[in-house]
Design a protein around this ligand. Structure first.
Ligand code: CTP
Length: 400
């Protein structure tokens, strides 16, 4: 993605160095356009080394390439951070007396600004009127936050943190192709109690399911995330106004919540790792070696939740199951996945290789999504978010 970052003359410019770094690290092509004033806070060499692109403030450099028009036209997104009261006023008036001003007029990409100024300047009717006008024109205004300002003051006027600005700005580029859909995603791994201190569990962290929920919400869906034993730091990625989290522990609890949540859903994704068996009679006292009660555990089979959902599904509902397989041979893995898809009666089955580099507890994943007739609808590898994107693309292909 081509992203232009405009930097204007405020002390918060030092934080924008980190913002640019985050964008570059995420693989974006970033061009920084500081104003003359901004360079008094952070110099051009810093911007050039961090963005790996040339930096200029003037429309008179590189005239042959018509840089001010070219940058604006090539941009997929423009972020102005910090946006001072002066720059906000100039944007409102449509002034183009430097490279940033001309770029902002030449672009048709989404524009986001992160205001930073003293509270009095932010509250001034002139600034408020300008912000109102910019919002009406479709400019996205992120913040300002409330907090400590330079000079020891405190109040609204603080630039948001770079991470918040980056997340909100990149979300502007997400397609809203799942808007209006109700989806349910199960994630994590069930724990079947043996006694008060032990359980039968598995190594699923819940990361792939959480990424599926986050991706769906970002693309406009309304999401129920049924979370089996997921840690708070993993769940943090699912913080979104359109995601409701339901915490569960055992396969039986997961089954109940899924059955309720799935009834009105358009899409159900069963990414949780469910125990196939549970201890027949969990003990309410700790089992001990001394009493000789620990050496064997009787098991009973759990219901197959996804197969049950598939058998009782409302018309038009799409169901996706997962299978983590350890078979190293890709053809054999695919064959097993085809059989599993048929057996479960689901539309799509995402099969992933669980080995030392991929799958459980790892940041990366690699999946093939098997659809109607056993065909591979999509294949994806990389971050779990990337894989989530591909799985939702496969769902979309199946829906149409
Ligand atoms: N699943 C389920 N209920 C169970 C077991 C599994 O809903 N009791 C779901 C999982 O969430 C996953 C899919 O079924 O989406 C495949 O799980 P997997 O454990 O690979 O399948 P099994 O039926 O257990 O097959 P096998 O043990 O032969 O690999």
């Amino acid at each position: 993605m081509n992203i232009v970052v405009g930097v204007t003359g405020g002390i918060a410019a030092y934080k924008t160095v980190h913002l640019v770094r985050l964008l570059v690290k995420a693989g974006h092509e970033v061009t920084v356009i500081p104003t003359e004033d901004a360079l008094r806070f952070v110099g051009a060499p810093t911007w050039e080394s961090i963005s790996r692109n040339a930096v200029t403030t003037s429309v008179h450099d590189d005239v042959a390439k018509v840089r001010h028009v070219a940058l604006g036209q090539a941009a997929d997104l423009v972020i102005v951070a910090p946006a001072t009261a002066n720059t906000i006023a100039k944007m409102t008036a449509g002034l183009a007396d430097d490279l940033l001003g001309t770029t902002l007029l030449a672009t048709t990409a989404p524009v986001a600004i992160a205001p930073a100024m003293h509270t009095e300047m932010w509250r001034h009717p002139a600034t408020q009127a300008n912000i109102h006008t910019l919002r009406e024109r479709g400019v996205n205004v992120f913040g300002p936050g409330d907090g400590e300002l330079t000079g020891g003051d405190s109040g609204p006027g603080r630039m948001l943190e770079p991470e918040e600005i980056v997340d909100a700005a990149l979300a502007l580029l997400d397609p809203q192709d799942l808007a209006g859909l109700r989806v349910v995603v199960s994630a994590g791994g069930t724990r079947e109690p043996i006694d008060p201190v032990r359980f039968l569990g598995n190594r699923s962290s819940g990361r792939q399911g959480v990424a599926l929920a986050a991706e769906a919400a970002a693309r406009g869906a309304d999401v129920d995330l049924v979370a089996a034993n997921i840690t708070a730091d993993v769940l943090a990625e699912a913080r979104h106004p359109r995601i409701r989290v339901h915490a569960v522990g055992t396969a039986a609890q997961l089954g109940h919540v899924m059955t309720d949540a799935a009834a009105p859903a358009d899409v159900v994704i069963m990414a949780a790792a469910v125990a196939d068996y549970r201890p027949a009679e969990p003990s309410d006292q700790k089992l001990t070696k001394e009493a000789g009660t620990l050496s064997s555990i009787d098991l009973v089979e759990n219901d197959d939740i996804v197969a049950g959902l598939a058998a009782a599904r409302p018309p038009g509902q799409i169901i996706v199951a997962f299978a983590a397989e350890t078979l190293p041979d890709a053809d054999e893995r695919r064959e097993r996945a085809r059989r599993k898809r048929e057996r479960k009666g689901v539309d799509l089955l995402a099969v992933n290789l669980a080995d030392a580099e991929h799958g459980f507890e790892k940041a990366d994943n690699a999946v093939e999504v098997i659809g109607e007739g056993g065909v591979v609808v999509v294949a994806a590898d990389g971050s779990k978010r990337r894989v989530a994107r591909a799985i939702w693309d496969a769902v979309q292909k199946t829906r149409t």
